[in-house]
Design a protein around this ligand. Sequence first.
Ligand SMILES: Cc1ncc(COP(=O)(O)O)c(C=O)c1O
Length: 461
Amino acid sequence: MTDIRADELRPNSLEARDKASVVHGLTNLRRHLDVGPKIIDSGKGVWVRDLEGNEFIEGMSGLWCISLGYGERRLIEACRKQMEKLAYYHLTNGRSHQPVIELAEKLIEIAPVPISHVWFANSGSEAADCAARLCWYYWNAAGKPERRKFIAHRKAYHGNTIASASLSGVDYAHDQFNLPLDGFLHVGCPDFFSGAETGESEAAFTARLLHDVEALILREGPETIAAFFTEPIMSAGGVIVPPEGYFAGLQALLRKYDILLVVDEVVTAFGRTGEMFGTTTMGLEPDLIVCAKGLSSAYFPISAVMINDRVFDAMLAQSDKLALFGLTMTYSGHPVGSAVAREAIRIYEDDGIVERVRRLEAPFLDGLRRRLGGIDIVGEIRGRGLLAGVQLVESREPRRFFAPERRIGPACAAEAERNGLFVRAIGDTIALCPPLVIDEAEIGMLIERLAISIESVAGTL
Ligand SMILES: Cc1ncc(COP(=O)(O)O)c(C=O)c1O
């Protein structure tokens, strides 16, 4: 009897029905048919509960998104009220509605750099895709249609539509999907810990990477480059915080060659790094800012592209020529999403979420360093605010990484799950991105559950 799987005994279970009907992203599809799903049934604050009633600390805010935690009454009410009043309207042919106007005004007010107008979409991928198209539109308006290429970092994640996956610097989004598209170029990730050569200083590493960026620009021809896309901190790349001076040097190059800068704040916006925007934390001066996820705290799919004067003026000039701006989507600026996002920003402000993150940064990051720093296989703990990466290594000195096929990171994440904590393994980096409403006691539990999980895996090596 022991080799008969539970769903064969219970053919109508949710697990069996999932396996028979649902396709899961970033999942080994064949293995999924064996092991089945973990079904999450409910959530409250930073806690989620599965079908069996087991409780987990949501150490990743789902997919880096449910910043205000589960069961937030104000967001639920904002959603209900807007659904009752006007469940849908669009922005096409000049139509509008109050929620989207109020949201756009608020985003312009809190933007980290001067912003002229806001374009709305439904996901981070769509917004990154739209940002790329706006860059092309801009250069066509400027009479430089040959500026068509984009540069982004290896390991960066900008989404999974055709253009945003092309921007992403990860093989899994490209392999067998015929991507990246031509003209989507990638440069080295500013990951000092993993990318530095033996004995190389941080300054020398930074100079080497910037030299490589400039060499690529010159090789391709500066007159062919439309924009550079970057996250302030490369979250899905393994929570990579670029070294001091990297972004200053990069922006000097972009100014020198007149290349637009698009900052992807899908994870970092709305308090995550201890400022309202990661742009401020990392000293960036973008032309376009992409945000999603925390915009509505994931209570409704909505994303935004914040557009500066330079780009918006060109959009005006272009639509003068063409008699219309040809980008549209049925759910762009959805009134329910707009109302929920506006309320989310009210909560970030009313509840002092940015100050809260600043206050919790030390208990979180120093607490991780204190408790995990002594474990042999922990090589580095990095992050900002309530965003952290715990890098696992086979040996600290000399620095040696685990062979990827040993899957040490995923083993630690699986052990954490057995210990009641959801984290994400990005290779051998354990990513942490808890809801911003987490309290100090919960941070302590998160750290302890992660520590015993890593210790347990380390003990088997
Ligand atoms: C930095 C960044 N950009 C874009 C995206 C894509 O967002 P979405 O999954 O909403 O399409 C993600 C998703 O994780 C992300 O982390």
